[in-house]
Design a binder for this molecule. Structure first.
Ligand code: SF4
Length: 376
């Protein structure tokens, strides 16, 4: 480690912090102190790590070691309580992270109430969901998604992924030990195109931050080889697949990625996915008026999912400038849902959250020019 290299503690696991302590000629137990400070106490600077002697804190600062928590650049608050954060990293790049008290009626909404839910209810919410990003922008180019318009700027590091969660927990004054917090990897980016950093972040979030893997869901547009790898992970969130079409022609038009990994490959991967007790593969389907929201599409989806232990989340398109599709009528959404339910598929309609502040699904593109004033 040279003195000019910036080193972030956030993103390091127990072994890496142990190696750092060794390089600094410090005893091995420093690794535990650093883990506690960074992931549990959520300190923002080395100076705040009160368990370390002052001399060591000075040494860390001298060696350019920082914690590496992202800075909250802007915060937009929706009328429905959703908060969209614009979080900036050391190199000036930024991503969006969304806090949704009460979630969106989608993933992880079925579980039973507990003490934490009662505690949250006193503040107006029983459970909350944090939606985090895995890349700056996205390369996948789904035609109904505003994030796609950004292209991909870079991958996030494991520390930057975990840092989003810590920044929001701190800002909302909540913790996974006391509050019912769900996490979804459904913000900007395709997590399976940044697989190693994503999975390292998952391990840190479970083992060090204390989030339950059963309350975490990752959504992929369908990177088939990584779905197979993901199924082999010892620690992993639940799997969601962004389906959005009922046949290959339509899916290739809406999601060009389908040319590489077509529906046959994708559905085969879902079918082979090793599910745990009481687990299902979630499918997400953005309904676009008169494009993929017709009864025949619903019937094709039923055929595709036959024999898979699935649940379906339907999302009526969240509109945005530059998106050439329209939001379907409520009746079309209800009819689509009914066809799936009649076929025995557990099907939910996700409530749009934070549409007024561009925080809803497919709307994350670092929009700052909106009527709602950012909260200082
Ligand atoms: S929907 Fe997801 S995978 Fe598709 S472009 Fe948007 S962020 Fe990327």
């Amino acid at each position: 480690m040279t003195d000019s290299t910036q080193v972030a503690l956030l993103g390091m696991d127990r072994n890496e912090l142990g190696a750092l302590a060794e390089r600094l000629d410090e005893p091995a137990y420093r690794a535990q102190q650093l883990l506690e400070a960074v992931y549990r106490q959520r300190v923002e600077s080395v100076e705040q790590i009160s368990t370390l002697p002052q001399q060591l804190r000075a040494k860390l600062a001298e060696k350019n070691v920082s914690v590496g928590v992202p800075r909250i650049e802007q915060r937009f608050v929706s009328v429905d309580g959703t908060v969209r954060y614009l979080l900036a990293f050391a190199d000036g790049q930024s991503v969006e992270t969304v806090w949704m008290p009460e979630g969106d009626g989608g993933e992880a909404s079925e579980a039973e109430a507990g003490d934490s839910e009662v505690r949250g209810a006193a503040r107006g919410w029983g459970r909350a969901t944090i939606c985090i990003s895995s890349q700056v922008g996205c390369a996948v180019d789904c035609q109904f998604c505003l994030t796609a318009l950004l292209g991909v700027k870079r991958n996030l590091t494991a520390g930057e992924i975990v840092g989003q969660v810590l920044a929001v927990l701190k800002d909302q004054k909540v913790s996974p030990q006391h509050d019912r917090i769900n996490l979804v990897f459904m913000g900007m980016g395709e997590p399976f195109l940044n697989y190693d950093n994503f999975i390292k972040a998952v391990r840190l979030l479970v083992q060090e931050v204390g989030l339950a893997e059963s309350r975490m869901t990752v959504s992929t547009a369908g990177i088939v080889p990584r779905i197979h790898d993901f199924g082999q992970e010892e620690i992993r969130p639940r799997l969601a697949i962004s389906l959005n079409a009922s046949n290959d022609d339509q899916r290739t038009k809406l999601m060009p990625l389908n040319k590489k990994y077509n529906l046959g490959m994708l559905i085969a991967a879902a079918r082979a996915f090793p599910l745990r007790n009481r687990e299902r593969v979630t499918f997400e389907y953005v309904l676009l008026h008169n494009v993929n929201d017709l009864p025949e599409n619903a019937r094709e989806v039923v055929e595709l999912l036959r024999g898979i232990k699935a649940r379906m989340n339907l999302i009526a398109l969240n509109p945005g400038p530059g998106i050439d599709f329209e939001t379907p009528a409520d009746e079309a959404v209800a009819a689509f849902q009914q066809i799936l339910r009649d076929a025995g598929i557990l099907t939910f309609v996700r409530r749009p959250r934070g549409r007024d502040i561009y925080a809803a699904c497919g709307q994350l593109k670092r929009t700052v020019e909106i009527a709602t004033a950012p909260v200082p």
